[in-house]
Design a protein around this ligand. Structure first.
Ligand code: PLP
Length: 401
């Protein structure tokens, strides 16, 4: 292992304080709210300069380049003249429609401007200095960061050999666990934890712990939802977002689904005054029965074509069922990321647990062709050509995730 790889392996995950320090040095200060903020913040560290451009190819934040569906776009356009209204009936209608489609009573559903708010609130509500946060490793970090704010201990349990969550180890991690977070499919690996494993977690979790099942990417995979546990009244909250298959990351809509007494605990931390554009686009998307299967196939086809290319070129990657996947670049991931950024191809970050892996979001077919060209070029660059200085600066300051 090189000394840099050691640095990478040993460094702690991204530190908000150090990011804000760097951000203010660049006269920009943004909070970490969603995946895109994690992506851009870690890119700032790699490049040393904040670039918030919309040009270039962005495969770094698990966004959906297809954007909102045609029906959702039309619904947004049609409602704009009513933008001066709060439109409470729309609020209740969307919740009602979603509850009906999920097969739960209306009081089991809360609407938010994405799934980041309920992820943050649930982590605050169910963890504390005496109730820990349990998660996979690597996984999406937002819940862990909120739990840290609550003063909770973090039990990050390595993924199993097949890259599913090691639920047996997770439920045993701490008898005083407050929240067990399972991301299914997982971000960043795109891998699925089976329904049997989720059932095991529900049956064997410590008393008083709540299971938070983040199903942000479920429509992209064949994973089975854990919604039956909500219907059965278990200590389970499910998170869903319209940011992924529905292509509404910038429009915003998401849901938490759980027992009313569990959802009530989230209210203490805040709610989302919903934009009518987000609600009407969500409603139009939910009524469009072709949307999910069509997009699932489109994204899977592009992903599988990329996998065929990676395989043919002997690159090692983790087979994913989602719109992101990880490649082992066999050197510090940010080096490849930094080189590709020079081609204006922006891939995702690495995780401290796996410093030689980078996460790549599945883009449009043409974007994935540009990815291949740039990735191959970066991988063919001799290691001596890498300038490790910015990376070392980034690692020493904890700017890495
Ligand atoms: N959960 C996971 C696993 C994610 O990857 C993301 C974003 O990428 C979110 C939640 C939050 O998404 P949003 O707030 O856009 O709904």
């Amino acid at each position: 292992m090189s000394s840099l790889t050691n640095d990478l392996a040993g460094c702690s995950s991204f530190s908000r304080r150090s990011f804000l320090r760097t951000a203010s040095a660049a006269a920009v200060s943004i909070p970490i709210l969603t995946e895109a903020h994690f992506a851009r913040a870690s890119a700032m560290g790699a490049a040393g300069v904040p670039e918030f451009s919309m040009s270039g190819i962005y495969l770094d934040a698990n966004e959906n380049p297809l954007g909102p569906s045609e029906n959702a776009r039309k619904a947004i356009a049609d409602i704009i003249p009513n933008g001066g209204r709060y439109a409470p009936p729309l609020y209740f209608n969307v919740i009602k429609l979603y509850a009906e489609q999920m097969g739960v009573p209306g009081d089991h559903v809360m609407i938010y401007d994405g799934s980041s708010p309920p992820l943050h609130y649930a982590s605050l509500a169910f963890t504390s200095p005496s109730r820990s946060f349990v998660c996979g490793n690597p996984t999406y970090e937002a819940g862990q960061r909120a739990a840290e704010l609550a003063g909770a201990k973090i039990n990050a349990v390595p993924l199993a050999k097949d890259y599913s969550h090691d639920v047996a180890a997770m439920v045993k991690a701490d008898p005083n666990a407050g929240l067990i977070y399972i991301c299914n499919p997982n971000n960043p690996t795109g891998t699925v934890t089976s329904k049997e494993q989720i059932d095991y977690a529900v049956a064997n979790k410590p008393a008083g712990a709540v299971l938070l099942i983040d199903e942000a990417y479920i429509h992209l995979s064949d994973a089975t939802s854990a919604i039956d546990h909500v219907k059965a009244g278990k200590d389970v909250i499910i998170l869903r977002t319209f940011s992924k298959i529905y292509g509404m990351a910038g429009i915003r809509c998401g849901f938490a689904i759980g027992r009313p007494d569990l959802l009530k605990k989230l209210e203490h931390y805040g709610q989302s005054p919903m934009p009518i554009t987000g609600m009407i686009a969500a409603q139009a998307s939910l009524m469009d029965t072709d949307l999910v299967p069509t997009r699932k196939k489109l994204i899977a086809d592009t992903r599988n074509k990329t996998f065929a290319w990676l395989k043919a070129n002997n690159y090692s990657f983790i087979p994913s069922e989602s719109n992101c996947f990880m490649i082992d670049v066999k050197r510090p991931g940010p080096q490849i990321r930094g080189l590709m950024a020079k081609d204006d191809v922006h891939i995702g970050r690495s995780w401290a647990a796996w410093p030689t892996y980078v996460r790549v979001t599945v883009g449009l077919p043409a974007e994935m062709e540009a990815f291949q060209t740039s990735f191959e070029k970066a991988m063919d660059t001799p290691a001596t050509a890498f300038n490790e200085a910015p990376l070392r600066h980034m690692l020493r300051n904890g700017i890495y995730s």
